[in-house]
Design a protein around this ligand. Structure first.
Ligand SMILES: [Fe+2]
Length: 398
C-alpha cells in the first residue's frame, strides 16, 4: 500500500454510545460546560415522546431546559437557522442540544454559529471561515457547547465539521466546513431510532454506505479514514438489512448508529466522491432524499471509478472483501461485482432503483451534470470526470 505524502485526521466529537443514555443526556452534556440548554428538534420527533425523555435527562443532570425549538422542517433553510438562534438568545440559552436527523443537526450547527458569532449564515459560508478572533484574555472565541442525539443512522452529522443549509432566497445550498462545527458530544442510543420508519432507515443507511465507500476510494483517503470506513462497512453489511427488516431489532439499530458515526469520519477531511456530486443537485433541484439519490447513483459511479488504476481497484477490493463480495479480478470485474452487490442490496431494502422513479426528468440531466461538475466532491474523486461523463452517469442512473 502506498505511503501517503500528506493527510490529516481528527475525530473531535466525544461519542457516548449504549443503551438507556437519554436519561444521562444532562449528566454528559454538563461535562461540556452546558448549563441552560436550547433543545432543537422537529415536530415529527417531538410527537414520538423522545424529546420529553431527553428533557427529563437534561433536568436530571442538573441542567436547565431554556426552551425547545421544534420548528425545523425536512429541508431546513437559513431563515429557520436565524429563528432558532434568536430563540436561543431570547431564552438566555448557553448551549444547544440537537435531537433529530441531519436537517435538525445541521440547523443547530448553523444556529450556534449565528448565536456565537452574529451575522447570518451566508456571512460564514465556505471552508475555514469561522472567526479566529480572541477575547480580552487572548483566548480563542469558541462556539457554544453543542450536543447531538441522532434519530437516523446515516448522515453522521453528529460527528462532522460540516453543515449544509439551504439559502431559499438564492436557491442554493450553503456549505460551512470548519473544525469547531463538529459537535462536542454525540449520544448514540438505539432508543433514538426506535420509531424510525423502515424506508428512512433504508435510505439513510445507504448514505452511510456511500460515505464509507467514497471514504476508502477518494483521493483524500487516509489510513485513519480507512480504519473507520472499513469497520463501518462491516457493520452495515451485518446490520442494515436487519435494522430495516425488523425495526424492533435494537442491536441492529444500535450498530447502524455506530456505523454511520464511523463512516462520516473520513468525509470531514474531504474524502468523498462524485456520488455525492450527483446526489446534491438531485436534492437541490428535484427534492430527491439524499440517501435515496446516493443509493441510485452509487453503482454507476463505482463502475466508472474502479477502472481508473490498479491502486483504486485495490481500494474497491478492500471494501468488497469487508462486504463479503467476491473481490477477484481486475478493476472492471470488481467494479461490476461491487456495483451489482449495491444494486441488489438496494432492491432488497425496497428502495427505488432509478432517478426517473423519484422525479428527475431526462431533460434535467444536462443541468444536473453542470451542477455536479461544480461540486467540491468532484475534485477529490479518484477519476476526474468531464461534463459528458456526468451526463453518461446520470443517464445510467435515470
Ligand atoms: Fe451523504
Amino acid at each position: 500500500m502506498t505511503f501517503k505524502d500528506f493527510y490529516q485526521f481528527a475525530s473531535p466529537t466525544r461519542v457516548v454510545c449504549g443503551r438507556e443514555l437519554l436519561a444521562s443526556a444532562g449528566f454528559e452534556f454538563a461535562k461540556q460546560g452546558a448549563e441552560r440548554v436550547l433543545v432543537v428538534t422537529d415536530q415529527v420527533i417531538r410527537a414520538t415522546g423522545l424529546v420529553e425523555k431527553v428533557e427529563g435527562g437534561v433536568a436530571d443532570g442538573g441542567l436547565e431546559v431554556a426552551g425547545i425549538f421544534d420548528d425545523v422542517p425536512q429541508d431546513s433553510d437559513t431563515a429557520v437557522v436565524t429563528r432558532c438562534a434568536e430563540q436561543a438568545m431570547e431564552a438566555g440559552a448557553d448551549s444547544f442540544l440537537a435531537v433529530g436527523g441531519g436537517s435538525v443537526i445541521d440547523t443547530t450547527k448553523g444556529a450556534n454559529v449565528v448565536f456565537s458569532h452574529g451575522g447570518a449564515i451566508p456571512d460564514w459560508e465556505g471552508v475555514f471561515q469561522l472567526p479566529r478572533e480572541r477575547d480580552g484574555m487572548g483566548r480563542p472565541l469558541p462556539l457554544a457547547p453543542l450536543g447531538a442525539i441522532p434519530t437516523t443512522a446515516g448522515t453522521g452529522s453528529e460527528a462532522s465539521p460540516v453543515a449544509v443549509i439551504k439559502d431559499s432566497e438564492r436557491g442554493v445550498k450553503v456549505l460551512l466546513l470548519d473544525f469547531p462545527l463538529a459537535p462536542d458530544l454525540a449520544i448514540l442510543d438505539p432508543e433514538s431510532t426506535a420509531t424510525l420508519p423502515a424506508p428512512i432507515a433504508a435510505a439513510t443507511g445507504m448514505d452511510a454506505l456511500t460515505h464509507a465507500i467514497e471514504g476508502v476510494t477518494s483521493t483524500e483517503w487516509s489510513p485513519h479514514g480507512d480504519a473507520h470506513a472499513l469497520h463501518a462497512l462491516r457493520l452495515i453489511s451485518d446490520n442494515l438489512e436487519r435494522a430495516v427488516g425488523d425495526t424492533s431489532d435494537e442491536d441492529a439499530r444500535g450498530n447502524m448508529l455506530v456505523a454511520a458515526n464511523l463512516a462520516i469520519a473520513p468525509t470531514g477531511f474531504g474524502a468523498t466522491g462524485i456520488t455525492h456530486s450527483m446526489s446534491h443537485p438531485c436534492g437541490a433541484r428535484y427534492g430527491v432524499p439524499h440517501g435515496v439519490a446516493n443509493a441510485i447513483n452509487l453503482p454507476p459511479v463505482i463502475e466508472f471509478n474502479a477502472v481508473v488504476s490498479e491502486e483504486v481497484a485495490d481500494q474497491f477490493r478492500d471494501a468488497a472483501e469487508v462486504l463479503g463480495v467476491d473481490a477477484r479480478g481486475g478493476g472492471q470485474r470488481i467494479g461490476r461485482t461491487l456495483a451489482d452487490h449495491v444494486r441488489e442490496l438496494r432492491g432488497r431494502l425496497g428502495l427505488p432503483g432509478r432517478l426517473s422513479e423519484v422525479g428527475v426528468p431526462e431533460e434535467g440531466i444536462s443541468r444536473l451534470a453542470e451542477d455536479a461538475m461544480g461540486e467540491g466532491s468532484t475534485l477529490v474523486n479518484p477519476r476526474q470526470p468531464s461534463e459528458e461523463d456526468f451526463v453518461e452517469l446520470f443517464q445510467q442512473a435515470l
